[in-house]
Design a protein around this ligand. Structure first.
Ligand code: IPM
Ligand code: MN
Length: 351
């Protein structure tokens, strides 16, 4: 029997409750489809930081690398200043594990409400491939004369040929395997960011020559925001840099029904990848059994697919879809008509 070692990081706020349901469904799928999942939990997060002053302990990255994948809840604590946990845990893991792709499907399931008038599940089904290891996120830059009237703050966007190329290649491959509209849209800002996106566009066209079956499109990020609302059905796969990817995937999450359902994978195709709901820790709902765990469960499905357990992955996704179309009143915390653990039970039932 195939065996996978999974590191679980429940994290902060509602993270642990979401993860618990994710793990429940994953365990059930493993039993049904005949593979073994060995979960090991790590207490990284805000509480640990407040107790020990440590974000990630010595050796944490090496320890996590020993796993086939990481299943993450959420990082972010109201009593910890912004940036400390995000940079110290989430971004640190993305960078140190070289998870250079952030894969974020935007798919409206049947029975889920979208704020877009006259759009349905047949219109909203695309995937954003977000570069996840470079751009403005590297922390390059600094202050000069901080706190004075002459203060200068510089935040640089780092785009390497290697980083851009591997991301674009992944996107072309993904688009080919997805086999839907076979259209890859580069989301950039070539009219203003004339260095960074000059590089992106050149490599896009160069690598694109190797994929004659994939239609290449380009759109500025502001126009993409407009079209995601106006004509989401035009998109198949969108590839973009780290910052634009961060922004447009929150918009994507909203048109697919909200943070209750949106999930993503931080992927290193050659290393250890990490799967997470993209919604954050929602501390105000913590401990009440009201948060929606579907995003975490869907992150679990993405993890199974990544591990090569395609059948189980599809079964979990179908079960999530069944809950969306038959059981759940709203995807919002507290308004689902079911508790967090009941949603986990319902998904398991449909499996
Ligand atoms: C996300 C989040 C993170 C990001 C934050 C928490 C650092 O917004 O995963 O999209 O900006 O990447
Ligand atoms: Mn974000």
């Amino acid at each position: 029997m195939k065996k996978y070692k999974i590191a679980v990081i429940p994290g902060d706020g509602s993270g642990p409750e979401m993860v618990q349901e994710g793990v429940k469904v994953l365990r059930a799928s493993a039993e049904m489809y005949g593979f073994n999942l060995e979960f090991t939990s790590y207490d990284y997060g805000g509480d640990r930081y407040l107790k020990t002053g440590e974000v990630l302990p010595e050796g944490a990255v090496e320890e996590l690398k020993k796993h086939h994948a990481i299943f993450l809840g959420a990082i972010g604590h109201p009593e910890v200043n912004p940036g400390i946990l995000e940079k110290g845990i989430l971004l640190k893991l993305r960078f140190e594990l070289d998870q250079y792709i952030n894969l974020r499907p935007v798919k409206l399931y049947d029975g889920v409400e979208t704020p877009l008038k006259d759009k349905g599940p047949e219109d909203i089904d695309f995937v954003v491939v977000r570069e996840n290891s470079e751009g403005i996120y590297t922390g390059s830059g600094g202050f000069f004369k901080k706190g004075t009237p002459h203060e200068i703050a510089i935040q640089e966007s780092i785009n390497t040929r290697l980083g851009v190329e591997r991301c674009l290649r992944y996107a072309f491959e993904y688009c080919r395997k997805r086999n839907k509209k076979k259209t890859l849209t580069l989301c950039g800002k070539t009219n203003v960011l004339t260095y960074a996106f000059d590089l992106w566009e050149r490599v896009f066209n160069e690598v694109g020559e190797e994929y004659p079956d994939i239609r290449r499109e380009y759109a500025h990020v502001d126009a993409i925001c407009m079209w995601m609302v106006k004509n989401p059905e035009e998109f198949d796969v969108i590839v973009t840099d780290n910052m634009f990817g961060d922004i447009i995937t929150d918009l994507g999450a909203m048109i697919q029904g909200g943070m209750g359902i949106a999930a993503g994978g931080n992927i290193n195709p050659e290393g250890t990848s990490m799967f997470e709901p993209i919604g954050g820790s929602a501390p105000k709902y913590a401990g009440q059994n009201v948060i929606n765990p579907l995003a975490s469960i869907y992150a679990g499905s993405m993890m199974l697919k990544h591990l090569g357990e395609e059948e189980a992955a599809t079964a979990v996704e179908r079960a999530v879809m069944a809950v969306c179309s038959r059981d759940i009143k709203s995807l919002s915390a507290g308004r689902m008509g079911h508790s967090t653990s009941e949603i986990g039970d319902l998904v398991t039932g449909y499996l």
